[in-house]
Design a protein around this ligand. Structure first.
Ligand code: CP
Length: 316
């Protein structure tokens, strides 16, 4: 297995089975710190730089919370408009990150351009974490999601993931790459204009991973162990920011998971949603036995503690 020390976390493509297992083991070690709401000194003397060119609630703050739990420091920006990258100068990624490397020991970047964190990693000597790049990938979210599955169901192998929503979404790409490393099935349900591309399916087929596509949540809900959701009513992830219009539309029934739909689900099935949600997952589902998205948010801190400890060399 490749060492994590000094490594960029840009994509789950090529992330190996043993690496997932190792990350989950380290997460198990660190989880009691978060559960006990303790702060320790594992990353004392280390600084994380956050460079968010797109809005975020969970990803940025979970990374910050993780650094605080481990005794490290955080600095950065959450609105690129207030930097030279977002004003008259339109400072390049290259110039920006070349300088940010002097301000900290690792960089976490969210960007509206697919591949921007990869570009950043070329121009900085500190490890770069992809916190979501356009429609590209969201590797730390999906590591969080699979760790949540591991904790809640005891395994990822042998499970059927029913993925509902916009398949252009970065989490959907990362989860498909990740599941190639497990004995798991993926079923996808998406509107035709948000479906998996032939190019992406061909790329997965090269790894002998085939995704079954169905039209309606009712066609597959009874098979699902993990109901994995993204909105179909959502923002353009290639934009730096999108304000909400007067009429955002509503989610067609075939992409919604309601209490009624869940009557046909396995009692043991769990719902994950990386959030924020729209009307595809009504709030009254929160009180069902299936909801695990709040646990998922909690494990988001544990997973960022894990990844930061590994790439900063505090954990082997
Ligand atoms: N899950 C997720 O990426 O949420 P944020 O956009 O709030 O970071």
């Amino acid at each position: 297995m490749r060492s994590f020390a000094g490594r960029d976390i840009l994509s789950l493509k090529g992330f190996e089975r043993a690496e997932f297992e190792h990350v989950f083991e380290v997460a198990d070690e660190l989880e009691p710190i978060a559960r006990g709401r303790r702060n320790v000194d594992l990353l004392a003397g280390k600084t994380l730089v956050t460079a968010f060119y797109q809005p975020s609630t969970r990803t940025r703050l979970a990374h910050e919370a993780a650094m605080h739990r481990l005794g490290g420091h955080v600095l950065g920006f959450s609105d690129a408009k207030m930097t030279r990258a977002g004003d008259f100068y339109q400072e390049s990624i290259k110039d920006t990150v070349h300088m940010l490397e002097y301000y900290g020991d690792a960089l976490v970047m969210r960007h509206f351009q697919q591949g921007a964190p990869h570009e950043a990693a070329r121009w900085t000597s500190i490890p770069v974490i992809n916190a979501g790049d356009g429609w590209g990938e969201h590797p730390t979210q999906v590591l969080t999601d699979l760790y949540t599955v591991q904790r809640e169901l005891g395994t990822v192998d042998g499970l059927t993931f029913l993925c509902i929503g916009d398949m252009r979404m970065r989490t959907m790409h990362s989860i498909a790459y990740a599941l190639t490393q497990f004995d798991a099935e993926m079923i996808a349900i998406a509107p035709p204009d948000m479906s998996l591309t032939d190019e992406f399916k061909a790329e997965l087929a090269e790894q002998n991973f085939t995704i079954r596509e169905v039209d309606h949540v009712r066609d597959a809900i009874a098979e699902a162990d993990v109901i994995y959701m993204e909105p179909v009513v959502q923002a353009d992830y290639t934009a730096s920011r999108q304000e909400r219009g007067e009429d955002v539309g509503t989610t067609p029934e075939q992409y919604r998971v309601t209490r009624e739909v869940l009557n046909d689900a396995k009692p043991s099935s769990i719902i994950l949603h990386s959030l924020p949600r729209m009307d595809e997952l009504p709030p009254d589902v929160d009180a069902t036995r299936h909801a695990r998205y709040w646990e998922e948010a909690y494990y988001g801190v544990v997973m960022r503690m894990t990844l930061l400890s590994l790439i900063l060399g505090a954990k082997e």
